[in-house]
Write a protein that binds this ligand. Structure first.
Ligand code: NAD
Ligand code: GDD
Length: 329
């Protein structure tokens, strides 16, 4: 039986990945600074611990592991990453997790490690035109990410590649493009646009309005988490190190995305564009390399993932309302 460690198992993608590895017959150890809030706590062993602490990394990385999946990071959407207020902690926290895990993997002789990088590492100068952003893997340099979060991801990609070159640890690096879906953060300030828009539409009254940050013409592509996990597993099983994009090529403007969610809700809602943190003007995955190296690329239509996510977020809102009503009684 293969043994895997999932760092960040209390989080969104980590939780889904634990379930996937379990369904494939793995023995799984999860580690996170927090418990998984939803029903994704299916690791054989879950350790509550802070990976910034080298002794925690020493405890969770054991020599019997076949694979490590490193997803622990200080993570959030535009409201968290692009305000500038969290830059020092993002760089400090995430880089320490990566340094500690890699050093322990070297000491314990773990052979293969997955690292979750981000499309945020691509240069801003290639993402100024909302209709023609460039995010091919070979466009990373000269580096000019628009956020410190992106700079940390780029540095850590390089860190993983140094451990591969100097210490023989096989690195597998993916650049995720805005992953969304059930069990993702949907409130509290760290939520990304797909969850935020679903929440706003679900909570809006029929005939009301929702607020969308920016002019709504900025573009993104959004990938449902099941496809992300499929891509992680395929990359991990391949002999290709990456870095490689894992994302959707179905680019959409934010206002059109909001219109899609409104249509799914069946309500009559108008869009009000307001000032807010917007990040790059346009971003889309480029899937030529993943198709070439893995013979696979995500294919689920955006609307299919959004329907699932809208329904799940609506359930979460209803659960909260039920709890609040029960407390009042
Ligand atoms: P998430 O916030 O749900 O998961 C990250 C987890 O890491 C959290 O549960 C958090 O508690 C944990 N963590 C943070 N600091 C830690 C520490 N010091 N010790 C132990 N655990 C710690 O985010 P996610 O969406 O599941 O993202 C997973 C990974 O993928 C992250 O590295 C993120 O940067 C990367 N990524 C995600 C997206 C996306 O759209 N979701 C896009 C690009 C990259
Ligand atoms: N979060 C959020 N909430 N974004 C909104 C909202 C809202 O209510 N309304 C409009 N937006 C706009 C943002 O201004 C931004 O232009 C766009 O929607 C996308 O925002 P996010 O989904 O929050 O982030 P992102 O795509 O800019 O970056 C995310 O994806 C990267 C990978 O592609 C972040 O999660 C990064 O951390 C991640 O690495």
């Amino acid at each position: 039986m293969k043994k895997a460690l999932v760092c960040g198992a209390g989080g969104f993608i980590g939780g889904h990945l634990v379930n996937r590895l379990k369904s494939e017959g793995y023995w799984v150890r999860g580690v996170d600074i927090k418990e998984n809030e939803y029903d994704n706590n299916n690791a054989d062993e879950f350790i509550l611990g802070d990976l910034r602490d080298p002794s925690v990394a020493a405890d969770v990385v054991t020599s019997d592991l076949d694979e490590i999946y490193q997803l622990a990071a200080d993570m959030g959407g535009a409201g968290f990453v692009f305000t500038g207020d969290n830059d020092a902690s993002i760089m400090h926290n995430s880089v320490l997790c990566n340094l500690n895990i890699l050093e322990e993997a070297k000491h314990k002789g773990v052979k293969r490690i997955f690292y979750s990088s981000s499309a945020c590492m691509y240069p801003e100068y290639n993402q100024l035109d909302p209709d023609n952003p460039k995010c091919s893997e070979d466009s990373a340099y000269p580096a000019a990410p628009d956020s410190e979060y992106g700079w940390e991801k780029l540095f850590s990609e390089r860190l993983y590649l140094t451990y591969q070159r100097n210490h023989g640890i096989e690195a597998r690096i993916a650049r995720f493009h805005n992953i969304f879906g059930p069990q993702g953060t949907w409130e509290g300030g760290r939520e990304k646009a797909p969850a935020a828009v679903c929440r706003k539409v679900s909570m809006a009254e029929d005939g009301g309005f929702i607020e969308i940050w920016g002019d709504g013409k900025q573009t993104r592509s959004f990938l449902i988490v099941d496809e992300c996990v499929e891509g992680i597993r395929r990359l991990m099983q391949s002999d290709f190190s990456g870095p490689v994009n894992i994302g959707s090529e179905e680019m959409i403007s934010l206002n059109d995305f909001a219109r899609m969610v409104i249509d799914i809700s069946g309500k009559n809602i108008t869009i009000k564009n307001i000032a807010g943190p917007t990040g790059v003007r346009g971003r889309n995955s480029d899937n030529r390399l993943i198709q070439e190296k893995l013979g696979w690329a995500p294919s689920t239509p955006l609307r299919v993932g959004v329907e699932k996510t809208y329904n799940w977020i609506t359930e979460q809102i209803q659960k909260k309302v039920n709890v609040e009503e029960a407390v009042e009684v």
